[in-house]
Design a protein around this ligand. Structure first.
Ligand SMILES: [Cu+2]
Length: 176
């Protein structure tokens, strides 16, 4: 009787250790990689998680009625310690970050988006700046057509300041 209960307790402890091991390897962050659904409104990201597991895939749904929105994920260098707000306050710095764009998802108003750069998956651990750089008031069809022809460069279409100027930015940390 005593032996049975003791053995059961040991197997429970072993099971708990096996379950907890992957979590502690993540440094207490999120658990397994998966799909992370993010939506956009004018002019903000909704449901932006602070941390995701490496290998997680972002998806984008645009809930706005007229504005096109995008999610640009830029891997920040390990020695970058400024907040997202401080970085977007210096738009000239963003140009230098362009080579570190990991993925871009773009979504027309009222629709689900799709990746136009990368796959939506964030594999490399670290901090990522998340911005939308669509010009305010840009025509969605005109912008998408210009983006298709610009081969990765920023499309040149008429519009007001980029949405990040209006507060459409954030950050995600990708844990190991
Ligand atoms: Cu936007």
């Amino acid at each position: 009787m005593k032996t049975t209960s003791c053995r059961r307790r040991i197997s429970t402890i072993v099971l708990a250790a096996a379950v907890l091991a992957p979590l502690s390897a993540c440094g207490g962050g999120s658990s397994e990689p998966g799909t992370v659904a993010i939506s956009t409104v004018d002019y903000a990201f909704e449901d932006l998680p602070s941390t995701v597991a490496a290998g997680s895939t972002l998806t984008l749904t645009n809930k706005a009625e007229t504005e096109l929105h995008e999610l640009v994920a830029i891997r920040l260098s390990d020695d970058e310690d400024r907040s997202a707000a401080d970085i977007v306050a210096n738009p000239e710095d963003l140009v230098g970050l362009f080579p570190d764009v990991e993925t871009v998802l773009i979504a027309p108003p009222g629709e689900d988006g799709e990746p136009v750069v990368g796959t939506g998956t964030l594999n490399k651990p670290g901090r990522y700046l998340i911005i939308c750089a669509i010009p305010t008031g840009a025509d969605p069809d005109e912008y998408l057509a210009a983006a298709a022809e610009s081969e990765g460069g920023p499309p040149d279409v008429p519009g007001g300041p980029p949405h990040f100027v209006q507060g459409m930015y954030g950050e995600i940390t990708v844990s190991e």
